[in-house]
Design a protein around this ligand. Sequence first.
Ligand code: HEC
Ligand code: HEC
Ligand code: HEC
Ligand code: HEC
Ligand code: HEC
Ligand code: HEC
Ligand code: HEC
Ligand code: HEC
Ligand code: HEC
Ligand code: HEC
Ligand code: HEC
Length: 549
Amino acid sequence: MKYLYFVLIIPMVLISLCRPLAAASIINTKHNLSIHGPGSLTAVSEEQVCIFCHVPHYASPVDPLWNREVGAVSYNLYASSTLDARPGQPTGATRLCLSCHDGTIAIGMILSRPVPIPMSGGATTLPASSSSNLGTDLADDHPVSFPYTSSLAAQDGELRDPGFLPPAIHLEDGYIMQCTACHDPHKSPYGDFLVIDNSNSGLCRACHQQRGWASSSHALASEIALKGCNNCHNTHNSAVDERLLNFVPEEDNCFSCHDGSVSSSDIKVEFDKFYTHPLAATTGVHKPEENPLSANWHVECVDCHDPHRANGWSAEAPLVSGALAGVAGVNRSGVVIDEVRYEYEVCFRCHADNSFSRTVVINRQIEEVNERLRFDPVNPSYHPVMARGKNLNVPSLRPEYDVGSRIYCKDCHNSDNGSRSAGNGPDGVHGSIYPHILLARYEDDTYPLSYSESNYALCFRCHDPTVLLDRNRSSFPEHRNHVIGKRIPCFLCHDPHGVPLINGATTRENAHLINFNTDYFSGSYDSVGKSCDVSCHTGGSHDYLDAGP
Ligand code: HEC
Ligand code: HEC
Ligand code: HEC
Ligand code: HEC
Ligand code: HEC
Ligand code: HEC
Ligand code: HEC
Ligand code: HEC
Ligand code: HEC
Ligand code: HEC
Ligand code: HEC
């Protein structure tokens, strides 16, 4: 008797007490499956609303009085390489939801009746074509049925501690993540029975605290702000399971807007150029949690950009700009860091110690493909990417630069029509019509080459040719004689990056970015004696300051 009182009377009182409230709000939703319901799936004659889910007369063993067979189906579960939670087979309220939403059990099939409640049009289960039918494959749905605890939040690092969730979010038994964390089946003030309005990602952000999201371009850009996270992620029936994305080739998740359609930055057109970062060469190799030093050869948009953090802030070299904010990198010591501070640290993910690009493109006296070593400030000379330059006398520099200036990799490697090359396309190391993704022309494969200013447009952006080719003003008075007179391109003498000490570079032979090309001549440079002893010269070493004005 006492037992009956507990399982039957108390819940009945509870339900009847709540009835006016629950009833009032459920009535106008698709979960009013009675004959009076507003949806397309309704009963032929059944008047009761609650009966489709709750028992009116006796208790089922499951709380709170389920009136449904919770199936013995085995579900395919969500899995991903970045998931910390361990979702199990559905439990609790999730099983109740799935007793209709997996499409295997007739809507009208309830425990308290021997035969299913007849539905209009002879409907039984949710039709396979309905987007409300999640099927038994839950791998393409937001994970559920796992403990959402403080330690999970700490492990993930970007989840709100469950103790501080907004009151509208309800975890089963206080800690289990179920369908009911996001949906209240009794009312639908924001549509889709959501417990919080998901405009501007309101629901997602109640739990997910993606660092930098609030100030990111993807959160703020007016065209896409409303849809927020759901521009790229789907909560249910996602085309791609892992991380609930839209497209399998990683870059297509970005090209869907960055192809000139939604975003003003048409990045697609850049990657359609001849010289590009090879995004399409791999699919599925990139992992968000990868260690760049041991990852396999690949490059994707998300290696250089964090879609949750990218913003439009500009910066001065060497600091990283907003577009690259928050990505992991490799620092000047070759150590992996979670968040880059300097732009070159993004490039060193792949162009330093793991060197994805292993081919030496120009044969020089001292060869090295590890860009971290080439730009290292211990070297006798280098372009000032990692530190200010060594030379205090570079007369050819244009007024925007001086010997204390720092420059970016992207000051040379960039789009041929971005703002850095005075065009109106998007900036970035995406693609160019020039080899090596250079932002302007730089002839480095032909000798002899008749002089034209445009052959070295890249260098002349920063180095004024009228100074450089003037015997009285350049620190190398013989530039004019070599470059114009003897049709010798810069690459026969200079290395555009730097000459690594660790590989034997010396101040005597490799100051001033001197690293002779070995295809056409041999010999050595002496920066102290200001002379060159090379096979092109007849009669031994030539002293260039002696040559006089
Ligand atoms: C479509 C299925 C469905 C229908 C129809 C439904 N409920 Fe529920 N109800 C649930 C689920 C699921 C829970 C558990 C909620 C949770 O765990 O957050 C629940 C829980 C409850 C509870 C327990 C308190 C709570 O919120 O946890 C009460 C009371 C209740 N329902 C009343 C009603 C009444 C009254 C009706 C009819 C007017 C009704 N329900 C119709 C699915 C339904
Ligand atoms: C008794 C069967 C049944 C149960 C149990 C049930 N639903 Fe539904 N649900 C439906 C039907 C039927 C629809 C309408 C489908 C349609 O129109 O295609 C629906 C629609 C929905 C929708 C879409 C609403 C809209 O406005 O389009 C959501 C969201 C939803 N249910 C969530 C849940 C959740 C969460 C649970 C468990 C807490 C649940 N349902 C339990 C039958 C059920
Ligand atoms: C993390 C939050 C979250 C969880 C957990 C969640 N949903 Fe949803 N659900 C949403 C959102 C948001 C929508 C709105 C449409 C969308 O974004 O896909 C939605 C939409 C739906 C729809 C309508 C789909 C449509 O396109 O018509 C159904 C049905 C549904 N959910 C059922 C469920 C069921 C069943 C579960 C548990 C297995 C569940 N949801 C778990 C957030 C969630
Ligand atoms: C009630 C809290 C809650 C809400 C609301 C919520 N999530 Fe989640 N979500 C979680 C938890 C907890 C995990 C598991 C995280 C983990 O283990 O790394 C998760 C996992 C995910 C994952 C899979 C992550 C991975 O590493 O594979 C994605 C993607 C995701 N959520 C997107 C969303 C989106 C989009 C929304 C809004 C529609 C949303 N979530 C709303 C709690 C929530
Ligand atoms: C512009 C597209 C885009 C938007 C908008 C977006 N994401 Fe993501 N998200 C991605 C991509 C792409 C990945 C996978 C990144 C990778 O492979 O390196 C990802 C990964 C994730 C992950 C799993 C990895 C991790 O960081 O733990 C979660 C969780 C996630 N997103 C949640 C969200 C939430 C929540 C929002 C909204 C606040 C959101 N995302 C907005 C594209 C987006
Ligand atoms: C739903 C459309 C959409 C998708 C998908 C999308 N973006 Fe964007 N993205 C935008 C909009 C809009 C802006 C705002 C500035 C603009 O219009 O160019 C933007 C800005 C950016 C910025 C520049 C920051 C700035 O404001 O200068 C970067 C970097 C970026 N997106 C990278 C990505 C990457 C990487 C992906 C794929 C993971 C991606 N986007 C997917 C629409 C999108
Ligand atoms: C995730 C890996 C990755 C990152 C990060 C990366 N790259 Fe690359 N890069 C590659 C791959 C792979 C290639 C193609 C190399 C090949 O063809 O073998 C490439 C090619 C290049 C080339 C063309 C080389 C040539 O001879 O044509 C340049 C220049 C370049 N990257 C510069 C950069 C710069 C500057 C950055 C930083 C803003 C950067 N990369 C960041 C992977 C990366
Ligand atoms: C974005 C601007 C920029 C571009 C483009 C540029 N340089 Fe420089 N260059 C500098 C700066 C700044 C210095 C001064 C460094 C110093 O003080 O040591 C410099 C210094 C030099 C030096 C002297 C280095 C030394 O240690 O004596 C040489 C040689 C040189 N550049 C050659 C070139 C060549 C060749 C090109 C074309 C491939 C080029 N530069 C393109 C900015 C640039
Ligand atoms: C002053 C201009 C300039 C700067 C700054 C610059 N590069 Fe280059 N880079 C070049 C030129 C020119 C080439 C073409 C090869 C050559 O002529 O030696 C090149 C070639 C490359 C290559 C192809 C392989 C190789 O080593 O020749 C890669 C990869 C590369 N650069 C990456 C970078 C990275 C990463 C940075 C920044 C850390 C950077 N570059 C900074 C001018 C520059
Ligand atoms: C190898 C690294 C790398 C890859 C791969 C890469 N980007 Fe970029 N991206 C950059 C750099 C560097 C910038 C310039 C940032 C700046 O101007 O400070 C940039 C800039 C951008 C901008 C802002 C452009 C502007 O001028 O407003 C957008 C948008 C963008 N990238 C989107 C993408 C998308 C989408 C993809 C993939 C299809 C992608 N990027 C791939 C390095 C990369
Ligand atoms: C025959 C070898 C040779 C060629 C070819 C050559 N240089 Fe030089 N360059 C030198 C030497 C040697 C120095 C160092 C002079 C000194 O400071 O003693 C130098 C110095 C420089 C400097 C720093 C001094 C200054 O005047 O600002 C720049 C910049 C420079 N060269 C750029 C170029 C460019 C650009 C080209 C191609 C257009 C080029 N060089 C072609 C040998 C050469």
